[in-house]
Design a protein around this ligand. Structure first.
Ligand code: HEM
Length: 124
């Protein structure tokens, strides 16, 4: 979630044409999942399909701000470069220590509203 404090009264217009007044000093939060799970950008967004980002075939090609795991702008994650280095190292350590397997091979797409941790598909 990216939070920002409005520094002036600002009117924003939604796609629907409806206008919203964001008052000075109010907190405005944007949850990136809303963008990352937008069916107008990603086909079957709840399906785990990393190939949707294959170079040259990106589903979100040409759609600005459609993939922002580290946010953007002035307050973008300042640990981005470190995280990009750490992620493969952590994954390598984890996969060396544990042997994950799918609990149910048919399990692909959770209901967005019910994803309790106890039902995660991977077991270790
Ligand atoms: C997978 C790893 C990580 C992800 C997905 C991630 C993601 C994010 C996101 C979404 C924000 C919010 C930016 C905003 O408000 O718009 C953020 C902020 C921040 N992150 Fe990360 N982060 C990761 C790792 C790290 C690491 C390793 C560090 C430091 C060692 C770090 C330091 C920070 C700091 C200091 C901010 C606040 C930046 C600011 O408000 O100016 N992050 N991160």
């Amino acid at each position: 979630m990216a939070w920002r404090i409005m520094n002036s009264d600002t009117v924003v217009t939604a796609k629907s044409g409806k206008e919203y007044l964001l008052k000075k000093h109010s907190a405005v939060g944007l949850h990136w999942a809303l963008r990352h799970l937008d069916e107008q950008i990603y086909k079957d967004p709840w399906e785990y399909r990393p190939t949707r980002f294959t170079v040259g075939e990106e589903e979100n090609r040409g759609v600005p701000w459609s993939w922002m795991p580290f946010s953007g702008g002035t307050h973008k994650c300042s640990g981005y470069s470190l995280a990009i280095l750490e992620i493969p190292v952590v994954m390598a350590y984890m996969l060396r220590e544990v042997s994950p397997w799918l609990l149910d091979a048919a399990w692909t797409s959770p209901s967005p509203s019910s994803l309790p941790c106890s039902q995660l598909a991977l077991a270790v």
